[in-house]
Design a protein around this ligand. Structure first.
Ligand code: GLP
Length: 638
C-alpha cells in the first residue's frame, strides 16, 4: 500500500485523508478493514452491521468483496446491511432503484441472508413515510448500530441524499433532491425530467452514529467538493463536512479526486516541495494568476510574498525562472499537431518526421472527438496526415427516446411509400418496443442497435465537416458497453482484443486518447483502461516504439495550464467549424439528455472551454488566440 501518508501537507485537512494511486488500491484498503471485522465477528458468532452506499463509487469495493467471498471464503452469513437511501417512488425491482442496484452489485453474489439486507422502501405511502423512517432508525439501533459505514459523495457535497441544508442532527427522512444531483443522475434515467424528485435517506446524524466511516471518491469531478469538505469549516451547505466531527472517519480517495487539496494543488504554501520542472511550471502559472501578471513581469517579491522563496533560492533569479517558464509554455503552442514537416522540431511538441503521419483518434463516445479536439482533427486532416477516428463505444444509451421515435417514424414512412415490407416490419417492431418500454424501462437489443445507428450517422456528418470521409471512421462498438449500462460496465478480454486488432491494423504514429483520471467506471475511464491493456498486448509491435500518445482531458473539461504539453490554436473560423461539427450530434444537444439550458449545450460548453484556455495563455503573456485545445503527452509504461 503506497497511499500518501499524512504529513505537514495535510495540516489544513480536518479529516484523515488517504490518497491512493488508484481506486482499486483504496478499495483493497477498505475491503481489508471490512474483512477483518467480519472475520472477528464471525469467530465470535456475532453479527457485523454494514452501512452501504450506491452510485458508481463503491462498485469496485463490492466487486472486491464478492471476489473475497468466492476465492477466500469470506462469509456474509452473519452480516446485516443498511443502505443509505432510495429514490422515492421507485419499486425495488425498478432498474434504477437502489435496491435493484444492491442486488445486482453485491447481494446476489454473496451469502447475505435476504432478510438481513435493508434498503428504504421507495414505495412507502406518503402518509406513512415519517413512521417508516423512524422504524428504519429503530431497526439500525436494534441491530446494534452500524459498525462500518461506506459513503460516496455527490457534487453538492451530499452524503446519502442529505442535500445542502441538512444538519448534523438530521435523521432518516423523506427529502427533495437538489437540481445538480438530479442532473448528475440524468444519464441513468435518460433525461433529467425522468429523475425522481424525492428520496428517502438516512440523516447526517444517522451516519455520524456509525462507529467507523469510510468515504470513497474517485475522479476529478469530485475534487472541488472534496477539498471544501476536508479543508473548509463544517457547514450545512456541504453536509459531508460534518464528518469532521466523527472520531473515526477516513477519506479514501484517488489522486484525481485529491487534486484540489492544498497539499496537491499548492503544496508550496504548506511545506517544502521538490521543485521538479512540473512543479515549477505549476507554481508559476498559479503565481501569475494570483498576482494577475504575465510571466515575464513576475518579480522577486511576488515569489517571496507567495510562499515560493525557496524556489528562488534553489533556481536563481526571478528573471531566469520567468524566461524559462515562458519559453517552456511558448513551446507547447503549435499549429502543427502532427509535427511540421521539414522544420526544426527541437522546440516543437511533435516530431517533424515521419510525414505524413498515421494519426489515430480514440473517441470513447461519438461526440468526444469533435468536442475535445475537433480543431486539431481538422488541422491534421488539412495538413495531409492520415487520420483515423475510432469510436470505441456506440454511445447508444445516450440517445433519448423521442429522437429514436422520430427517426423510426421516418423509416416507416419511407418504407411504406417504397413498399419495402421487411424494413417496415422491423421498424414497426422497434417502434412497438419503444412504446412498451415505458419511461424507465431498459432498451431492448433492437432499440440499442437502432440508437447506435443514429449516433453513427451523427458522427459521420460531424466528421465530414472536419474533412474526414466516412472510410476514415471506425466504429468498434466495444462489447463492455453493448452489454452493460451506466455505472455497471465491466471490461473484458474481448474489448482489449478488438482495440489491439485496430491498433495493429492502423499502426499509428500518434494516438489521441482520453479517460485518465476519470471516474473509473465512466465510459472514458474504461476505454482508457482498455487502451492500456491493448498496448500491453501489442508490446512487441514495431509501430509502438515510434508511437507518441497525446491525452485530451475529456468532454466538459480541459487540462490545467501547467499540464498542457501541446496547445493547438483555433482561429475564429476554425472554432466555427468545430462548433458546426458538434452541432451535428443532434441527439447530444445537451450534456445530459433532456437538458436544454443554453449553458449546458455541448457546443456552447466546448467553445467556452477552448476560449478559456486561450485566455489563460494570453494572461500569461503569450500570444492571444481565439481558442486553444490542450493535450498532455503520455508515455505508457509497457
Ligand atoms: C447519489 C447517492 C450517493 C452517492 C452519490 C454519488 O446521490 N445517493 O450516496 O454518493 O450519488 O454517486 P457516484 O458514486 O455515482 O458518483
Amino acid at each position: 500500500m503506497n497511499a500518501t501518508p499524512a504529513s505537514e501537507f495535510s495540516q489544513l485537512e480536518h479529516i484523515p485523508t488517504r490518497i491512493s494511486a488508484s481506486a482499486d488500491e483504496a478499495c483493497t484498503f477498505v475491503a481489508d478493514a471490512i474483512t477483518a471485522l467480519i472475520k472477528e465477528r464471525n469467530a465470535d458468532a456475532k453479527p457485523t452491521v454494514l452501512g452501504l452506499a450506491t452510485g458508481s463509487t463503491p462498485v469496485r469495493l463490492y466487486r472486491e468483496l464478492i471476489r473475497r467471498h468466492r476465492e477466500e471464503d469470506l462469509s456474509f452469513e452473519r452480516v446485516i446491511t443498511f443502505n443509505l437511501d432510495e429514490y422515492y417512488g421507485l419499486s425495488g425491482d425498478h432498474p434504477e432503484s437502489y435496491r435493484r442496484f444492491m442486488q445486482d452489485q453485491l447481494f446476489d453474489h454473496v451469502d447475505l441472508k435476504p432478510e438481513n439486507t435493508h434498503v428504504p422502501d421507495g414505495l412507502t405511502p406518503r402518509e406513512e413515510a415519517f413512521a417508516s423512517c423512524q422504524a428504519y432508525e429503530e431497526l439500525i439501533a436494534a441491530s446494534g448500530g452500524i459498525d462500518i459505514q461506506i459513503l460516496g459523495i455527490g457534487r453538492t457535497g451530499h452524503i446519502g441524499f442529505n442535500e445542502p441544508g441538512s444538519g448534523p442532527e438530521s435523521r432518516t427522512r423523506l427529502v427533495t433532491l437538489d437540481s445538480l444531483t438530479r442532473r448528475d443522475a440524468a444519464r441513468d434515467f435518460l433525461g433529467e425530467e425522468n429523475v425522481p424528485r424525492h428520496a428517502i435517506t438516512m440523516g447526517v446524524g444517522t451516519i455520524l452514529d456509525a462507529r467507523k466511516v469510510f468515504l470513497l471518491a474517485w475522479g476529478e469531478a469530485k475534487a472541488e467538493v472534496l477539498a471544501a469538505t476536508v479543508e473548509g469549516k463544517p457547514t450545512d451547505t456541504i453536509p459531508a463536512s460534518f464528518l469532521q466531527q466523527h472520531p473515526d472517519c477516513v477519506f479514501c480517495i484517488d489522486e484525481a479526486a485529491a487534486s484540489h487539496l492544498t497539499r496537491q494543488r499548492h503544496p508550496w504554501l504548506v511545506g517544502p516541495v521538490e521543485w521538479t520542472p512540473t512543479m515549477v511550471r505549476k507554481s508559476m502559472v498559479w503565481l501569475a494568476g494570483k498576482t494577475k501578471k504575465p510571466l515575464l513581469k513576475l518579480t522577486g517579491e511576488d515569489y517571496t510574498e507567495n510562499g515560493m522563496a525557496d524556489l528562488l533560492t534553489e533556481k536563481g533569479s526571478a528573471y531566469d525562472l520567468n524566461i524559462e517558464t515562458f519559453n517552456t509554455t511558448q513551446h507547447t503552442i503549435t499549429g502543427w499537431p502532427g509535427g511540421k514537416p521539414k522544420a526544426d522540431d527541437t522546440n516543437r511538441p511533435e516530431r517533424a518526421a515521419p510525414f505524413p503521419k498515421r494519426c489515430l483518434v480514440l473517441s470513447p463516445e461519438p461526440t468526444d472527438d469533435v468536442f475535445c479536439l475537433g480543431g486539431t482533427i481538422h488541422r491534421l486532416a488539412n495538413q495531409g496526415h492520415e487520420v483515423t477516428v475510432a469510436y470505441m463505444t456506440s454511445g447508444n444509451l445516450a440517445v433519448p427516446d423521442p429522437d429514436a421515435r422520430r427517426s423510426i417514424e421516418l423509416i416507416i414512412e419511407l418504407g411504406e411509400s417504397l413498399r419495402d415490407e421487411a424494413e417496415v416490419t422491423h421498424a414497426r417492431k422497434v417502434e412497438q418496443q419503444l412504446n412498451e418500454k415505458g419511461l424507465f424501462g431498459e432498451d431492448t437489443a433492437d432499440i440499442r442497435q437502432f440508437k447506435g445507428l443514429i449516433r453513427r450517422g451523427e458522427a459521420r456528418s460531424s466528421a465530414r465537416l472536419l474533412e474526414l470521409t466516412s472510410d476514415r471512421l471506425r466504429f468498434l462498438d466495444l462489447p463492455f458497453y453493448e452489454k452493460g449500462r451506466y455505472r455497471r460496465f465491466k471490461t473484458s478480454q474481448e474489448d482489449v482484443d478488438a482495440l489491439a486488432k485496430l491498433l495493429n491494423e492502423v499502426k499509428p504514429h500518434q494516438i489521441f486518447a482520453t479517460g485518465q483520471g476519470h471516474d473509473p467506471l465512466s465510459v472514458p475511464a474504461l476505454c482508457f483502461e482498455t487502451l492500456v491493456a491493448a498496448l500491453h498486448a501489442c508490446k512487441d509491435a514495431p509501430w509502438l516504439k515510434e508511437c507518441w500518445f497525446w491525452l485530451y482531458r475529456g468532454p466538459g473539461a480541459e487540462w490545467e495550464t501547467h499540464e498542457i504539453d501541446m496547445a493547438v490554436p483555433l482561429s475564429p473560423d476554425e472554432l466555427v467549424f468545430k462548433i458546426n461539427g458538434i452541432y451535428q450530434h443532434q441527439t447530444q444537444r445537451s450534456q445530459s439528455p433532456g437538458i436544454t439550458r443554453q449553458s449546458e449545450n455541448t457546443w456552447v460548453l466546448a467553445s467556452q472551454i477552448n476560449r478559456a484556455t486561450a485566455e489563460v495563455y494570453d494572461a500569461l503573456g503569450l500570444a492571444e488566440y481565439e481558442a486553444l485545445e490542450g493535450f498532455k503527452r503520455y508515455v505508457p509504461e509497457i
